[in-house]
Write a protein that binds this ligand. Sequence first.
Ligand code: CA
Ligand code: CA
Length: 484
Amino acid sequence: MKQSPAANLSSLISLPAIRHWAAVALITSVLGGTSNAQWNVVGLHPVGATRSQALGVGGNQQVGTTSFGGAILWSGTAASWVNLNPPGSAFSTAFGVSSGQQVGWAFIAGGVRAGTWGGTAASWVSLHPPGAFYSAARGGDGGWQVGEASFGEGGHAGLWAGTAASFVDLHPAGASDSSANGVGGGQQVGYAVVRGRTRARLWSGSPDSWVNLHPTGWGESESTGVSSRQQVGYAMLNDGERHAGLWTGTAASWVDLHPANAEPRSWATGVSGGYQVGFASISGADHAGMWSGRASSWVDLHALLPGSFLYSQASGIHNDVHTIRIVGQGYNTATNRVEALMWVAPVLHVSIDVKPGSLANTINLGSNGSIPVAVLSNADFDATQVDPASVRLANSIAWNRGNGMPLFSFEDVNGDGLMDLVVQIGTHSLQLTAGDTEAVLQGSTFGGQLIRGVDHVKIVPQSGMIHARSQSGNGGHCPSRLTE
Ligand SMILES: [Ca+2]
Ligand SMILES: [Ca+2]
């Protein structure tokens, strides 16, 4: 069922973010540049609802829940909404959407049932595993779904491939409870409760594949999203202080994302294509926000909302390379209700040159040094306006000389008369593997314009690796490939 648009309400929040851009104008006037940043906020609240929340986003589809009885699907505007509550369901919630498939749960026949949709309420497919007491799907990616099911003693984290019969029980041995919250790139994240303590976990498709993500020194932790080998979530101290965080596959990789000006309550809820979203409590109220890999990269998305919003939270993000979409909700004092929101920003594609002057672009991941990458200017784009501290190549930040400042220079590396930005990137933290043939650069201008560039790379093994493999007598690898 589709509701006709009501112009007076649907355009409520689609307005220029005046407060934010007042601040941007101040910054750029100091730097002498021009601002072309283009964050827009779209109010998704359906006409007639008393509450709405957007929980997941994939491409130009957004899902969540409303006061109408449950799961809802949007396609970019408030008026586009479709009620997903399945026939026979008392209420339901959609948590995630990927490739046109929505995932969540519905209360059917007296129980909570995991399931998927294909864009309509009638398209509901139950994922409820045979013999389970309840089940719920919390995330989806490319035909995979994750969530939990109970078979009598706590929840069991689980993975589906689109059917109830495909359920794979991911529950780690010895845990009293577990759930999977997110799935992406063949990885699943969630938590397991061990001796009464919630601990972040990472799986890769089977129960015995689990990796402990719980960072040392913290009381409890949970991971809520995964994309492109990055996992997000939070860790909590025993006194309840909670910090948003980011992992890259191991407990030791934990990066504390807690913004410097926040009270002790933050949470990273979603991740996509090198960007993380969530919220942090600032001046007594939750603020939706976005990170790009470290605490200092925090962008306060709440500042883009009209002043009538008391608090806001971001629940999901999707970076489709050209556009970044972030969904969540905020409490609007002007309407006295929680309203679904979407923040949208375009990504400007720019030319880059890994190792200017070299065509081979070889990278030795074991070199423990740095490699230069140039962001090239053109007639329409001034690379010297890119913030060097924002630049990441394969999610590795600019090389830190020890004084906290990125190492960069302005040079005309391609001889076209336009100055380019050259940044030194630390090779030790490059998120590249031997099979990768390209590296993505991301960053933003001082004015807030998000940028992206891609160059081909050739990963060469470190000499120690060749030595170890030849000694092990591993005949499965072609020597010429290892040494090329
Ligand atoms: Ca090059
Ligand atoms: Ca140039």
